[in-house]
Design a protein around this ligand. Structure first.
Ligand code: ZN
Length: 59
């Protein structure tokens, strides 16, 4: 299982995403970021995706 905490990317946010695979996790993170942080697909630059992936933990 993979887990990623929104606060680890720098948001004041208690959201944590969990998924079995990285693509599935990224999908959940992006859905959350769009819904709760007003982000758009265009905000997910390669740098942002790399930042998210860098804080993913194996749980
Ligand atoms: Zn968040």
């Amino acid at each position: 299982m993979l887990s990623m905490a929104c606060k680890d990317v720098g948001y004041q946010c208690g959201f944590t995403a969990e998924a079995e695979s990285e693509p599935e996790l990224m999908k959940k993170v992006m859905e959350h970021a769009k819904k709760d942080h007003g982000m758009k697909d265009s905000d997910f630059t390669p740098e942002m995706v790399a930042k998210v992936k860098s804080v993913v933990k194996k749980v």
